[in-house]
Design a protein around this ligand. Structure first.
Ligand SMILES: CSCCC(=O)C(=O)COP(=O)(O)O
Ligand SMILES: [Mg+2]
Length: 245
């Protein structure tokens, strides 16, 4: 019997691997299920109880602006917009700010936990042990990214992550300038930095910034078998081998 040859892993030479979360390290269904279900009924009271927090006040103003609500819009009106964005998984920064604070409290209370595909954590640990360093760039706010990695099913992973970036600290994920800002913050060059993501728009922006990109096409995820343009496409972290330059 002839054995089916195992394709060689995709070889990537990089100092920094910057990772997206939803669709790349973790299932969209888990985030849109467990996490969204946790946030949805808590949005209104969170907005009211934290009205003095400048980040929440700004989020409120941004929703009013983006959804063209009246300047004196009620909390219920704002929550209706947030619910509608959640329905469509719109990656709007004000939504991510409010969700992120709610989730951070949920993780702290052990009422929610995170999810990683089986192939992810062993590879993060292996590459880290060989000197590769990691950063996160997600639409989810840094306030939620940190506990997401701290409360993984395999323990605290935050020691593996050099820095966390979101759309507030780095900028929109579909703009090349955001990737330049991240490389600058990491003290890395675009050429020695690789972005792992599932989103074709993010693939294009990172390539525009001169980064290496690995596109994740995972079965069951929103961008499975999408057109990833010039990027190398894989289905799992097991399909990749990252080595230092
Ligand atoms: C930190 S868990 C919540 C992640 C989230 O809200 C999100 O929108 C993730 O989107 P990504 O940019 O990682 O695809
Ligand atoms: Mg994603």
């Amino acid at each position: 019997m002839t054995a089916t040859p195992t394709p060689d892993p995709l070889a990537v030479s990089a100092r920094y691997v910057v990772i997206d979360i939803e669709g790349t390290t973790s299932a969209a269904g888990f985030i849109l299920g467990d996490l969204y279900d946790y946030a949805r009924p808590r949005l209104g009271s969170w907005l009211d109880d934290h009205a003095d927090d400048p980040a929440i006040a700004e989020a409120r103003e941004q929703v009013i602006h983006d959804a063209e609500l009246a300047s004196d819009a009620t909390t219920d009106q704002i929550v209706a917009v947030l619910h509608e964005w959640m329905e469509r998984d719109v990656k709007a920064t004000p939504l991510k700010t409010v969700q992120g604070q709610i989730w951070a409290e949920g993780f702290e209370r052990a009422e929610i936990s995170s999810h990683f595909f089986d192939d992810v954590i062993p590879k993060l640990r292996d590459w880290y042990s060989h000197g590769v360093r990691f950063a996160v760039f997600s639409s989810g706010s840094v306030a939620s990214q940190v506990p997401w990695f701290r409360h993984s099913p395999d323990g605290d992973l935050t020691g593996l992550i050099t820095e966390f970036f979101d759309t507030v600290s780095a900028g929109p994920k579909k703009e090349a300038a955001s990737y330049q800002a991240i490389a600058d913050a990491l003290g890395s060059t675009p050429g020695e930095t690789v972005f792992f993501t599932d989103n074709p728009g993010e693939v294009a922006a990172a390539i525009d910034a001169g980064w290496q990109v690995v596109a994740f096409s995972r079965e069951g995820e929103p961008f499975f078998e999408a057109d990833f343009g010039a990027a190398a496409v894989v289905t799992s972290f097991d399909d990749v081998e990252v080595v230092l330059p």
